[in-house]
Design a binder for this molecule. Structure first.
Ligand code: ZN
Length: 275
């Protein structure tokens, strides 16, 4: 029995009520040893104290959220984003994160040139990879659902993420995130997960509610929606992934409002049934 040894919880899942300290201690109290850390909560208490807190509670960091947002054509703003991402790499190294979750960025304001946005992001990645390599950090490209393309991510399919990895030609410093919420609909998913073999750096789970009211902040708890999560888990494991299964639920009007201890209990229960 695997139990909950591979379960990680993304801090966003309980973020409205728990800051980093409460999340780390809360997850540990429920016997969970994996956490995905959001950057603002780490900055809040400082890198050193955060690192100590994680160590004291025997927590492993399955991901550090988020890096990227590199599509701006404005040179000054782009340089500032690169600097920020270099800091994020150092922080991820310090807390021993399995990866940085990299979100590409959407269309810059006023722009209709999606090709330019993608090229800009790739250029940014090329600048970051040498630093990631020397820091021993993996930048994991997370394709987001295409409905988020204009606002959040011009990287929308696993095929495209695989293409980018090949184009960048990196080693362990670049990988991909397979998030069932963003990718479950893709008719080429099986083929692309197989193609991502050796570079899957994280696996994120939640569920797609058929009557979803918001594409970003109305995700379902595993079992409440239409995604065959065990099937996708089998595919990533067949592709060699043996890391954490990270529960990541953005849910402004439901899960974020509940008592986090109750949420964690339900996550554990649903994890054994539906992941
Ligand atoms: Zn995700």
């Amino acid at each position: 029995m695997e139990g909950h040894s591979k379960l990680s919880i993304n801090q966003y899942t309980t973020k409205m009520k728990w800051a980093l300290r409460e999340a780390v201690e809360g997850y540990a109290r429920h016997g969970i040893r994996g956490i995905s850390v959001t950057r603002d909560t780490l900055v809040e208490i400082g890198l050193k104290r955060a690192s100590q807190l994680l160590n004291d509670n025997g927590m492993h960091v399955s991901g550090y959220c988020i890096g990227g947002l590199l599509t701006t054509p404005n040179e000054l703003a782009f340089r500032a984003r690169i600097e920020e991402n270099l800091k994020i790499i150092d922080e991820a190294a310090q807390i021993d994160a399995e990866c940085i979750v990299f979100v590409a960025g959407g269309l810059p304001e006023g722009s209709k040139d999606i090709g330019a946005a993608r090229q800009r992001c790739l250029a940014g990645l090329r600048e970051l990879l040498p630093h990631a390599r020397s820091a021993g950090v993996t930048i994991a490209l997370e394709p987001l659902h295409p409905m988020m393309c204009s606002l959040r991510s011009c990287l929308t399919t696993l095929a495209q993420a695989n293409d980018w990895c090949e184009e960048l030609g990196g080693g362990d410093e670049v990988g991909v995130v397979v998030d069932v919420y963003h990718l479950w609909w893709d008719p080429n998913l099986e083929r692309e997960i197989e193609r991502a073999s050796g570079r899957i750096a994280a696996f994120h789970v939640s569920d797609w509610l058929t009557d979803t009211s918001d594409l970003r902040v109305d995700r379902g708890m595993m079992g409440d929606g239409v995604i065959d999560i065990p099937r996708i888990r089998r595919l990533v494991e067949a592709a060699g992934y043996d890391g954490y299964n990270e529960v990541e639920i953005f849910s402004e009007n439901n899960w974020w409002r509940r008592d986090p201890d109750e949420v964690v209990r339900i996550v554990k229960d649903r994890y054994t049934q539906f992941v």
